[in-house]
Design a protein around this ligand. Structure first.
Ligand code: DGL
Length: 268
């Protein structure tokens, strides 16, 4: 019997990764999760790869001390720029959101033209593009950073006319390329599905949170690490004001967070 009752670490630059945790909790109801949101340093999407790697390794050090059996990198930006470093550092399986999203997109497209939207750091890294073309070199990928989406979601403007207008402006160059699958390559974007669906009609929206949850389940099964009984749970850590995390977090998790603890990440 392996350490199946050990928790799974999930982390993000802030509260956005709770969309991934929500999908994970739905699909893996017996697991115990430890979630870390680096709200003191969010956003990561505007920072350099070096800074994102350093912050991520600090969080990884914290999760390692909590003896997690696996780590899910819920942040697209971290998945795009820091996965190899995290895999080298952590002695447990490390799964990002990028590979599952890319795989689903490569499978969904009929025209062979895929769109990717994400933070500036994610798009600049070209990690989605590389992964999609590794899966199928015949596919064409058109990417676009959408930096205003994160603050709009955090403001709660999920279906606001301003958000709709911003979405039209961001997506029109990609839609002009006649993509038929669009990867929502950022933790916050699944919350904009209503607006994105109305702007990108007849385009399959790829929710990397859902795809990641499916893929994490498969990996845990394969490695005999899946918890098959017992009550699932979540404990939450935030590097800035826990009350703020709690207030914002419920929108992403789709439920109330009972308790959030403060952590000091610097030099963990
Ligand atoms: N969590 C980030 C991502 O998925 C979005 C917020 C940020 O820029 O830190 O890329």
């Amino acid at each position: 019997m392996k350490n199946n009752r050990s928790p799974i670490g999930v982390f993000d630059s802030g509260v956005g990764g709770l969309t991934v945790l929500r999908a994970l909790m739905r699909r893996l109801p017996h697991e115990r999760f430890v979630y870390v949101g680096d709200t003191a340093r969010v956003p990561y999407g505007t920072k350099s790869p070096e800074a994102v790697k350093r912050f991520s390794l600090e969080i990884a050090r914290f999760l390692k001390k909590r003896r997690v059996k696996a780590v899910v990198v819920a942040c697209n930006t971290v998945s795009a720029v820091a996965l190899p470093e995290l895999r080298r550092f952590l002695p447990v399986p490390v799964m990002g959101v990028l590979e599952p999203g890319a795989t689903a997109a490569a499978r969904a497209t009929r025209t062979g033209r895929v769109g990717v939207i994400g933070t500036s750091a994610t798009v600049r890294s070209r990690a989605y593009e590389r992964e999609i073309r590794r899966l199928n070199p015949a596919l064409r990928v058109f990417s676009r950073p959408c930096p205003l989406f994160v603050p709009l979601v955090e403001e709660g403007w999920l279906t606001h006319p301003v958000t709709r207008r911003v979405a039209q402006l961001y997506l029109s160059p990609i839609l002009a390329k006649r993509v038929d699958a669009l990867v929502l390559g950022c933790t916050h974007y699944p919350l904009l599905k209503t607006v994105l669906k109305s702007v990108a009609r007849n385009v399959s929206l790829i929710d990397s949170a859902e795809e990641t949850a499916k893929s994490v389940k498969r990996v845990l099964e394969r490695k005999d690490l899946l918890a098959r009984s017992g009550r699932g749970s979540g404990v939450f850590f935030s590097s800035d004001d826990p009350d703020k995390f709690m207030a914002l977090g419920h929108r992403f998790l789709g439920g109330k967070l009972r308790r959030v603890r403060r952590i000091h990440l610097d030099g963990v």
